[in-house]
Ligand binder design. Structure first.
Ligand SMILES: [Zn+2]
Length: 140
């Protein structure tokens, strides 16, 4: 995709601080880091969301995340990290090319856990939860 900033990084048309590369995956420092070492892991092929990402490329992305998260933590002396995807525009995805974030976390960083993503948590009853679980199991 010519107008995709991440495809331009993959093509070498835009410079990046690359930390990992293989046939399917590229990882580089986020230009707008939330913490020192904030790293993005992307498939080299253009896919907008995890829904469009073929399973084998998803495997490659996860393998890279799995290998890189501890490397990032060691490199910046972080005791933990948040590993996450903004999957789709409504979730806050700004670049429409799948990317996983590795954000190093520190005890006093003021950051929040995944369970603080929304301010209004829904109250779901047992029958609703049963229906949702069944619907997911049917779709997958
Ligand atoms: Zn792209």
């Amino acid at each position: 995709m010519d107008n995709c900033i991440f495809c331009q990084i993959v093509a070498g048309d835009i410079p990046s601080r690359t930390v990992y590369e293989d046939d399917d995956v590229l990882a580089f420092l986020d230009v707008n880091p939330l913490a020192p070492g904030h790293t993005l892991v992307i498939p080299k092929d253009h896919h907008e969301t995890l829904t469009e990402l073929p399973e084998d490329e998803g495997d490659a992305v996860f393998s890279a995340l799995h290998r890189l998260a501890p490397a990032v933590e060691v490199a910046v002396d972080a005791p933990a990290s948040t590993v996450a995807f903004n999957n789709g525009e409504a979730a806050g995805q700004e670049v429409p090319h799948v990317h996983g974030h590795i954000v190093p976390r520190f005890d006093d960083d003021g950051g929040r856990p995944i369970h603080a993503l929304v301010s209004d948590q829904p109250e779901l009853h047992d029958d609703e939860l049963d229906d949702i679980a069944a619907a997911i199991a049917e779709e997958r």
